[in-house]
Design a protein around this ligand. Structure first.
Ligand code: PLP
Length: 366
C-alpha cells in the first residue's frame, strides 16, 4: 500500500449531499453562463479574501493573463517573476506580449527575494508578479514599496495560497490584482477548471470581466480583442460549497504540516521555513535533500512524492528564446535539484501521516 501524494475523491465524498444539491440547482436554474451562482460565489470569495471585488474566469492562467492585460501590460513591457515559479506564471506574461524577467527566490522561503528585485528593473518594467509558492505568502511589503517607488504594478500569483495570511491579513487585496486558480488539486478546488481575479479597484475588475467576455461589456459591442474566459456556474456552485470548508480544511493541512515538522526535525532534511509574519496554508509540504532522487526512490512503493518543479522555467524548451543555460539562476537550480513534496491534504489520515514519517525516518525497511 502506497500513501498517495494527493486524493481528490474524498473531498467530494465528504460534501456529497451539498455538492449534488448545488449541481442540481444549476441544472434546474436554466442559467448556464454567468448568472446568480457565479455572482454569489464572486461575492463570497471577495468577502473571504477581504477584497472589494472578485471576477470569476476560466482558470488560473487566464486570471494572471487577464489581470496583467487589464493593468495595461503588453508587448515591449517586462514583468518580474520568481525564477523558481510554476511555468504558468511566465506563460501569462508571454500571453500579453510582454517578457518575463526572472529574479531569484530567497532560498529559505522559496519566494521571490525582494532584495534582488531592484537590480532587475529597467525602463520597460511594468509590473512585479510574485508567486505565493507552496501556500506561503511572499514578502509583500517590500515589494509594494518598490512598486510605489518605481511606478510599477503589483500582481500576485495566489494559485497556491487560498486563505494564506501576510502579517495577519488574508492574501487577496495587497497588490493591484490577485490571480487565483481553482484547479481541482488547489486548496480551494473546483471539479474542473476555474479561476478568479480579486482586487480593490472597481475599474480594474470591470476591465478583467470585459476582457474575459470577448472584450465586451455591452452585448455585441467589442471594445478590445478579448478572450472567452468565464467562471462556469456549475463550478461556482461547487466552489461556494467548498469555500465554507476552506478554513477547516486548511487547518487539517496545518496539522499535518506541524506533525511533519516535529517528527522530521532530526532527519537532516531541510524542512520548510516559515517567517514570523507568514501564515501559510500548506498547499504543498516541501522538504529539501541533497540526495533527493535517492530519497524519492527509497520512498517509492511506500510513499508517493512529487517534485515541484524538476526543471526551472529558464531551462524549459518553452523559454529557450531567453537564451539561459544551466548556471544562469543558481538558487532556482539548486532548489530544483533538492525539493521533494510529501503527501499533504485535508483528507490525509493520521495513519498515512505516520506511514510517511516512518518511511522517511527508518533508513532501511524490509
Ligand atoms: C495552478 C497554478 C497556476 C495555473 O492555474 P490553472 O488553473 O491550472 O491555469 C498558476 N500559477 C501557479 C503558481 C499554480 O500553482
Amino acid at each position: 500500500m502506497t500513501v498517495p501524494i494527493l486524493e481528490l475523491y474524498p473531498a467530494y465524498e465528504e460534501l456529497r449531499d451539498e455538492i449534488d444539491a448545488a449541481m442540481l440547482r444549476v441544472a434546474e436554474s436554466g442559467w448556464y453562463i454567468g448568472g446568480p451562482e457565479v455572482e454569489a460565489f464572486e461575492e463570497a470569495y471577495a468577502h473571504y479574501c477581504g477584497a472589494g471585488h472578485c471576477v470569476g474566469v476560466g482558470n488560473g492562467l487566464d486570471a494572471l493573463h487577464l489581470a496583467l492585460r487589464a493593468l495595461g501590460v503588453g508587448p515591449g513591457d517586462e514583468v518580474i517573476v520568481a525564477s523558481n515559479s510554476y511555468i504558468a506564471t511566465l506563460l501569462a506574461v508571454s500571453m500579453t506580449g510582454a517578457t518575463p524577467v526572472l529574479v531569484e527566490p530567497d532560498a529559505a522561503t522559496h519566494n521571490l527575494d525582494p532584495s534582488r528585485i531592484e537590480a532587475a528593473i529597467t525602463g520597460r518594467t511594468k509590473a512585479l508578479l510574485p508567486t505565493h509558492l507552496y501556500g506561503q505568502p511572499a514578502d509583500l511589503d517590500p515589494m509594494l514599496d518598490i512598486a510605489r517607488r518605481h511606478g510599477l504594478r503589483l500582481v500576485e500569483d495566489a494559485a497556491q495560497a487560498h486563505g494564506a495570511r501576510y502579517k495577519g491579513r488574508r492574501v487577496g487585496s495587497h497588490g493591484d490584482a490577485v490571480a487565483w486558480s481553482f484547479y481541482p488539486s488547489k486548496n480551494l478546488g473546483a471539479m474542473g477548471d476555474a479561476g478568479a481575479v480579486t482586487t480593490n479597484d472597481r475599474e480594474l475588475a470591470t476591465r478583467v470581466r470585459m476582457l474575459g467576455n470577448y472584450g465586451s461589456s455591452t452585448r455585441y459591442v467589442n471594445e478590445v480583442k478579448g478572450v472567452n474566459s468565464r467562471l462556469d456556474p456549475l463550478q461556482a456552485a461547487i466552489l461556494r460549497v467548498k469555500l465554507s470548508r476552506l478554513d477547516e480544511w486548511n487547518g487539517r493541512r496545518r496539522a499535518v504540516a506541524s506533525t511533519y515538522t516535529a517528527e522530521l526535525a532530526a532527519t537532516g532534511l531541510a524542512l520548510p521555513f516559515v517567517p514570523n509574519w507568514a501564515d501559510p496554508v500548506w498547499h504543498l509540504y516541501v522538504v529539501q535533500a541533497p540526495d533527493r532522487d535517492e530519497l524519492q526512490a527509497r520512498l517509492d512503493g511506500k510513499v508517493q512524492t512529487q517534485i515541484h518543479y524538476r526543471i526551472p522555467p529558464h531551462l524549459q524548451g518553452a523559454y529557450s528564446e531567453l537564451g539561459f543555460t544551466p548556471g544562469s539562476f543558481p538558487v532556482a537550480e539548486r532548489l530544483a535539484n533538492r525539493v521533494l513534496s510529501l503527501p499533504i491534504g485535508p483528507h490525509l489520515s493520521q495513519a498515512d501521516v505516520d506511514l510517511v514519517i516512518r518511511a522517511i525516518t527508518r533508513r532501511s525497511s524490509p
